[in-house]
Design a protein around this ligand. Structure first.
Ligand SMILES: [Zn+2]
Length: 271
């Protein structure tokens, strides 16, 4: 569904000579996301569904699972394209990725909506960017993805980080939990009485989502579930952490293998 006419296509071809770009999904020479990668980023039906649960060691304190809907596995073209968007400013990748996120949000809303009290309205709440990630990018990538996600529920805001975090990417499951615990808070009474669907781009252990749920509930909100563009189980973990986490995964889609493409700026920031 490309609305570019012949004139703008010619213009883009001209610009590509001056500013050569590679496909954000596979690195092939192209003006933007190539046709193959665009095909690999087609929204799956249905989205994957998964119950985010804390590791066994924390189950007594945070035992409730949080339903998660996600569009794709965090691998291949979606992974490379999302990385290019977040770390190399490849905004052309936002549109196909945003549509994927939209599928997950839509299916979450369809599944959760009937369970709400009559008259209640489910609102989305984007997981906030950590301070360091926001400083680095100047925007929240999930917000830009939602711009392409199609019709959406109303958006609520009202969570913020109250302290700096270590880079989650280098941490194991238990370390992520310790790093995140108490790091998010609800802003005044903004979330009181609101019915929320938490939205993030990539979910790994789910520790970020569960910390956001804790903070939102402390602020008086009711958190019904979560939606993400992608889900990954790839995280360093000890044997004791292998139990009780990441149950009943179902993965649809995933795209072709493009993981060998190295990130262009290489700066790692928080999930
Ligand atoms: Zn490509």
């Amino acid at each position: 569904m490309d609305a570019r006419g012949p004139i703008s296509t010619a213009l883009l071809d001209g610009l590509a000579v001056l500013l050569p770009v590679e496909c954000a999904g596979c690195g092939a020479p192209d003006r933007g996301v190539c046709d193959d990668c665009r095909a690999a980023l087609q929204p799956p039906e249905p989205a994957g569904h998964h119950l985010v649960t804390p590791p066994a060691a924390r189950a007594s304190a945070d035992g409730r699972g949080l339903p998660l809907w996600f569009a794709v596995d965090y691998a291949g073209v979606p992974k490379t394209a999302l990385h290019a968007l977040k770390e190399s400013g490849r905004v052309d990748a936002a549109r196909p990725l945003g549509r994927l996120l939209g599928v997950a949000v839509t299916q979450a809303v369809a599944a959760l909506g009937p369970g709400l009290p009559s008259g209640a309205m489910l609102e989305t709440l984007v997981v906030p960017s950590s301070r360091s990630a926001f400083r680095l990018r100047g925007y929240n990538p999930v917000e830009s993805l939602l711009r392409w996600a199609g019709p959406q529920p109303r958006r609520a805001t009202g969570l913020r980080y109250v302290r700096a975090l270590r880079d989650q990417a280098s941490l194991g499951v238990e370390e992520r939990w310790a790093n995140l615990r108490g790091s998010v808070e609800a802003v005044r009474q903004r979330l009181s009485g609101r019915h929320l669907l938490l939205v993030d781009d990539v979910v790994t252990t789910g520790a970020t989502l569960l910390e956001c749920r804790r903070a939102a509930e402390a602020g008086g909100a009711i958190v019904w579930g979560s939606a993400a563009l992608a889900h990954t189980a790839k995280v360093k973990r000890t044997n004791s952490e292998l139990h009780g986490d990441l149950v009943s995964r179902q993965v649809y889609g995933g795209g072709k293998g493009a993981e060998s493409n190295r990130p262009r700026l290489g700066r790692r920031v928080l999930d």
